[in-house]
Design a protein around this ligand. Structure first.
Ligand code: AMP
Ligand code: ZN
Length: 461
């Protein structure tokens, strides 16, 4: 079975055929770094990380180039600096560092290239100049604007008509605009704002041109896959198409456009502007990153995902069970790349990244592992781990998993209590033994007595 992906451009699932299977380019819009990322922002990180892992598995690690940018020049950053009084450079540096630390906890592989907008101003200016030369853009009042009517295909990605686009973009009607739909490529900066010298005076880029310039620089004129959250389809991605295709006619910008659905809380989409967000950091205080990751993957990426405590608990239970089966099945065999994958599992992922089904297939593999004989077990275990590796879960030693999150001090405290309980049991003081078990349970520590007389423990959410 071959990989098929839903393409926002054609609005159907299509067979994925890379332009060159030895050089696959994938671009995903990264964060604007002015504040901690929330768990909605984590969704595209996790979804496209699974796609990246799958592509590397199918085409080879060296064949895929994943580019995810950092937007470090933006009016939201300028506004945050004004409010806090912090210098812009320190806000963007600290936020970028926090972002990296947070998503590492979610087991996201680093992209191959992580370009920063401020390091690509020359490429943006060059692209804007090409757009002016070909009369797709014009300078007016220190601004440069893309002239939307110059590109008749405008709207082909978001499938919107002109009126919808104008109202949807909530574009300000400025006197220097030739058409209300025209959007900014470059804008003037006074000395209080970040700015670069350009043919149009000191200024800064608009957000959309940043991604067009960075993806061309690192992936060439046509990329295979472009991704992001569904809120970016319009205007951001529509504008990227216009800029990229008009500055290099005859070259389609992206061949497959993929968009994840939104994460919501209590039925409302999670966003910074609504103020209903949970940062990745806060979420990590409630559950390990791997649990958050499994929770995200238990809904198909195109569907809305509702964040609930019970969803989190369910994810923890599923992951605990998988680690428990792994623990019972014997020693860890690390190298999963050498084996073929399970057909059911890979078939689910190849069907437009059906991760909920892939997780169910993974659980089936884990159950089969338990019922296999000693000889079959080894191979099934390697296969299971290889599959789980594509989802980015189950790669820790089970012992470490169940004891994860505890400090050495916690562990010795818990183990001392377990020891006291054992002594109480040996002295037939079952009331005391039960008391100790209950007090540990109140603190989220579950005990499991083993046939050999020892006691195992693990933490629940
Ligand atoms: P931003 O920093 O707001 O530009 O967002 C970074 C990425 O997170 C973009 O791909 C957005 O589409 C995505 N995103 C933002 N909020 C959510 C959400 N609630 N659910 C899913 N994706 C989101
Ligand atoms: Zn972008």
């Amino acid at each position: 079975m071959a990989l098929s992906l839903y393409n926002t451009l054609t609005r159907r699932k299509e067979l994925f055929e890379p332009f060159d299977r030895t050089k696959i380019g994938m671009y995903v819009c990264g964060p604007t770094v002015y504040d901690l990322a929330h768990i909605g922002n984590a969704r595209p990180i996790v979804v496209f990380d699974v796609l990246y892992r799958l592509l590397r598995r199918i085409y080879g690690e060296g064949a895929v180039t994943y580019v995810r940018n950092i937007t470090d020049v933006d009016d939201k950053i300028n506004a945050a600096a004004k409010i806090s009084g912090e210098p812009i450079a320190s806000i963007t540096a600290l936020t970028t560092e926090a972002f990296h630390a947070d998503i590492a906890e979610l087991n996201a592989l680093p992209p191959d290239v992580e370009p920063r907008a401020t390091e690509h101003i020359a490429e943006m200016i060059e692209m804007i100049e090409a757009l002016i030369t070909s009369e797709h853009a014009y300078a007016a009042d220190g601004h440069v604007l893309f002239h939307v009517p110059s590109f008749p295909e405008y709207g082909k990605l978001s499938h919107r008509d002109r009126d919808e686009m104008i109202s949807g973009a909530r574009i300000e009607v400025a006197p220097y605009k030739r058409d209300p739909a025209d959007f900014v490529l470059w804008k003037p900066s006074d000395l209080s704002l970040p700015g670069w010298n350009s043919p149009w005076g000191r200024g800064r880029p608009g957000w959309h041109i940043e991604c067009s310039a960075m993806s061309r620089k690192h992936l060439g004129t046509t990329i295979d896959i472009h991704g992001g959250g569904s809120d970016l389809i319009f205007p951001h991605h529509e504008n990227e198409v216009a800029q990229s295709e008009c500055s290099c006619p005859g070259h389609p910008f992206a061949r497959y456009w993929m968009h994840n659905g939104f994460l919501s809380v209590n039925g409302e989409k999670m966003s910074k502007s609504l103020g209903n967000f949970i940062t990745i950091r806060q979420a990590l205080g409630r559950a390990p990153g791997e649990v958050l990751r499994l929770m995200m993957l238990s809904t198909h990426y195109r569907h809305p995902l509702n964040w609930t405590e019970s969803g989190l608990k369910q994810a923890q239970t599923r992951l605990d069970r998988l680690y428990r089966l792994l623990q019972k099945s014997g020693a860890r065999v690390p190298d999963g790349n050498a084996v073929g994958l399970d057909d059911g599992f890979v078939g689910a992922l190849q069907d437009d990244l059906n991760t909920p089904l892939a997780l169910a297939e993974l659980e089936r593999q884990a159950d089969e592992l338990m019922s296999a004989d000693a000889r079959g077990r080894e191979q099934k275990r390697v296969r299971l781990l290889a599959s789980a590796g594509i989802l980015g879960i189950l790669q820790q030693d089970p012992e470490a998993w169940f004891k994860g999150g505890e400090t050495a001090e916690d562990v010795s405290h818990i183990e001392a209590k377990i020891e006291r309980r054992l002594e109480a049991r040996q002295a037939k003081d079952f009331a005391l033994a039960d008391n100790i078990r209950e007090s540990l349970a109140e603190n989220g520590i579950i005990l499991e007595d083993r046939p050999d007389g020892t006691t195992d423990w693990r933490r629940t959410v």
